[in-house]
Design a binder for this molecule. Structure first.
Ligand SMILES: *Cc1c(COP(=O)(O)O)cnc(C)c1O
Length: 447
């Protein structure tokens, strides 16, 4: 990627290192085709795989009967949240993509995580003659298939939600499942997995350590399959398939996306796979008319650092950089986003095409979580609130306004759509959610 960037001011760098919120904007986005590691056909193949498995999923998960096995979430208008965030209507309309309500996994991880386990299952089942192309995949619920799957172990390293998605789908299909979790993983996520017969292995370190430990353990097992969050094309394409559904939902809602109707998408980012896959899919469908921003905790801006390093703005630091390299500690209540180093696969795919990235303080996550509850009646987890700070950053800052002007977007803002991706929350236990809400309300009252 040959992209030129103006140097950032010393004050900007100081704010990043001091864990203050920052907004980073790309002046010169690459055309998606330039980076394109996957094609639209690859993304459509992921969507088709979900469709082949849908009848089986409807049989395995009662909660999917109503949708015939389709795992999807609605796109919702959020006018009351928009008012609470004080976002002027002259700058567009606020919507959200409600992945916090995705069934089975309760988070955006239902897309990538489940897709990868389905792809592994399909490959194995075809190789073992359990199914032939074109068969009804409900045959995979029969004893012969399950006896085969029981010989295999599916494992993953996770801060929580990826483990929930992989563990639940793998054990439902009959695999042995193991989830290697970091110290910051929430107790209820571990308990939920154990209740489903998933082996939970706890590691004292962070997300990277849990992944490394999981990878090592599975390498030693000839019947082991490791879902590699940092390097998996299958995960990435499972996420990217969301762009296809989203396009249909925007069409159905009468939302246009073109030069006069810009789409701004705000995606909470951990390692970068989920938001990267979605941003990639959107760039294939909408090109430069979809402006994607990644949202990260102030202590875990790993993807932002990766993009800065790519733009030559982090001289003297290792590439890829980790948040520890600039003195941050990766401590955040947004457990889904607590990742020290970005995925190279995700960076290679979208690092050059994103509009920008910003960081969010934990207090802001809680305040926005409570706002969303009070205005729209939706329950999300702290990680999932990170998208809502995006329009505030973009519309409410001089840097954001300058960027909109230089991109030629200012004349079109009244017809813009701002889409915050709410990435998780469905299975947060009631007492835990009440704590989130109390903390959010206390912060809002103090404002
Ligand atoms: C995992 C996760 C993300 C980010 O996904 P990555 O692939 O790690 O970037 C965002 N929100 C929630 C709730 C998550 O669990």
């Amino acid at each position: 990627m040959t992209l030129s960037h103006p140097p950032l001011s010393p004050q900007w760098h100081a704010a990043l290192r001091a864990a203050s919120p920052v907004l980073w904007l790309r002046p010169d986005r690459a055309a998606p085709a330039e980076a394109a590691p996957y094609t639209l056909a690859d993304v459509e193949a992921a969507q088709a795989r979900f469709a082949r498995f849908a009848p089986l999923l409807a049989e395995l998960f009662p909660e999917l009967r109503a949708t015939d096995g389709v795992i999807e979430s609605p796109v919702l208008a959020a006018p009351r949240m928009q008012a609470a965030l004080k976002l002027p209507e002259a700058s567009g309309r606020l919507w959200l993509k409600a992945d916090h309500a995705l069934p089975v996994a309760g988070s955006i991880k239902a897309r990538g995580g489940i897709h990868e386990v389905l792809e592994f299952t399909e490959t194995l089942a075809l190789a073992r003659g359990l199914i032939a192309p074109g068969d009804d995949y409900r045959r995979l619920a029969e004893p012969r298939a399950r006896a085969c799957f029981a010989q295999y172990q599916v494992a993953v390293g996770s801060t929580g939600n990826l483990g929930l998605s992989i563990g639940v789908i793998a054990s439902a299909l009959g695999f042995r499942a193991a989830v290697h979790m970091s110290a910051d993983a929430k107790a209820w996520k571990k308990a939920r997995l154990r209740a489903r017969g998933v082996e939970v292995v706890e590691h004292p370190g962070d997300y990277e350590k849990a992944v490394a430990a999981g990878r090592r353990q599975v390498e030693a097992d000839p019947h082991g399959y490791f879902v590699d969050d940092e390097r998996s094309a299958s995960l990435f394409l499972g996420y990217a398939a969301a762009a296809l559904t989203l396009r249909g939902q925007l069409d159905a809602a009468g939302i246009r996306v073109d030069a006069e109707h810009p789409l701004f998408v705000y995606l909470p980012c951990g390692v970068g796979g989920a938001p990267g896959g979605i941003a990639y899919g959107l760039s294939l469908l909408y090109g430069a008319h979809a402006h994607c921003f990644f949202a990260e905790p102030v202590q875990s801006p790993c993807f932002l650092l990766r993009m800065m390093a790519g733009a030559g703005q982090l001289p003297g630091l290792p590439v890829p950089p980790s948040v520890y390299d600039i003195g941050l500690n990766n401590q955040t209540e947004a457990d889904g986003l607590a990742v020290p180093r970005a995925s190279d696969l995700a960076y290679a795919a979208v690092g050059g095409t994103l509009a920008g990235a910003y960081t969010v303080a934990d207090d802001t996550l809680y305040a926005d979580l409570a706002r969303l509850h009070d205005t729209e009646g939706l329950r999300i987890e702290p990680s999932a609130a990170a998208g809502f700070d995006g329009p505030r950053h973009l519309l409410g800052s001089t840097a954001g306004q300058d960027w909109l002007r230089t991109q030629g977007l200012l004349p079109h803002m009244a017809r813009a759509t701002h889409l915050a991706w709410t990435t998780g929350g469905l299975f947060v236990p009631a007492d835990e959610y009440e704590r989130f809400l109390r903390r959010g309300h206390a912060l809002a009252a103090g404002n």
